[in-house]
Design a protein around this ligand. Sequence first.
Ligand code: DOR
Ligand code: ZN
Length: 450
Amino acid sequence: MRGRLLVQNAFMVLPNGIVEGDLRISNGLIETIAPFGGLKPVVGEHVIDATGLYIIPGAIDPHVHFRDPGNPEKEDLESGSRAAAAGGITSFLDMPNTYPNATNRLSLEAKISSAAKKAVTHHGFFIGATTNNIPDLQSVQGMDGVCGIKIFMGSSTGDLLVHEQKHLENIFSNTGGIIATHAEDEKRLQSRIPKFKHRTDIAAHAECRDVECALIATKRAAALAKDYDHRLHIVHLTSGKEADWLTSNKGNLITTEVCTQHLTFDQDDVEKLGARALMNPPIRYTEDKEKLWTRLKDGTIDCIVTDHAPHTLQSKSVGFPKAPAGMPGVETSLPLMLTHAKSGKCSISDVVKWMCSGPAKVYGIKNKGSLIEGFDGDLTIVDLENYKPIQDSDTWTRVGWTPYAGMELTGWPIYTIVDGIVVHKREIGGLLRGKSLSLPGSTGRLIKFN
Ligand code: DOR
Ligand code: ZN
């Protein structure tokens, strides 16, 4: 479905700055962007008066873990994409550690047809690498909806793992497209886990899965990219050391990302939040958090993601070290980053660069991520004036909680628009959850990658 819509009187976050004006979507595409008062409604047109609100391009979250297939009670493609829409995310890329793992063409095709029936936003999927699935990886190269190959170099949630050099070399030398690596070194990890067995304090997590674990794997992945001239994206950078190293070693084959939670939390938050803040790679220290901001601003880090990992509160309640790693975030990332912008950490245009045009550039997604005439009509219209505290009960994720519970956030999307159709709406001053307006599968399309 492609919509027709006129948004008037908004602050529009355009590629070259913020301009007050009007934006028209026709047949699902941004048709005209005009200065204030430039566009008049035509008969029958859906008109949004966005006085005081900001229009930004629909955000793209290129790193989520919906649990479909396998664990729909935690998150399926419908609940996950509704949560995304509630947070102003109009496109998501989903990771392969589902059950079964998405490691061959058949499982990718199944996800794609499931998303066509359930998702309300645009969507794409990673194929997971194993030690022996090169033909499968090759069989989906260039297929619509497949954004790249995910390699877990260190073990995390699920059983996907490729860490031996010979297997990694085999994958880098025999595949094309983008390889996205979870860079934690398995050998170092396994040598350290026994030493931390006696620790039940959560600070042990970052001590065990330490910066060195991440740095070794990041360097190994970068060397493979260079040796085999392969495009590489290093997912969720967590340490200042990795970020610093990449500044002078990134070259033009490598891109990288940071999670909202690694820009927001440090050791003190981990102490307070306990198992809710447990994830891999871990939340680290104040100096890491600050360095990640520095490297985001200087362009070393290309985009911001959530690593949305819906685990139930019940499973988290067993505490460290038994609780599973990961936290939800797809519906809070944009307000969280806009709240950082309002507090002076960065500009609103920075947030748009890191959450909209940045991910589009990294993954070669055409016609998304910027407010440009002719681009897809994916918009998020946000309120940057009102702050609202978020609680677990406000969330759309099926696991029903957020690590940011109790935080006052601004930048809540009032309208989330996919192809010119409003898929999620909030009232200013109304309930924070707002309303999901799309029927499953009626909005959003499979993303094509170049
Ligand atoms: O903390 C994490 N949770 N890290 C990952 O790599 C996977 C994720 C999950 O799927 O739960
Ligand atoms: Zn992840």
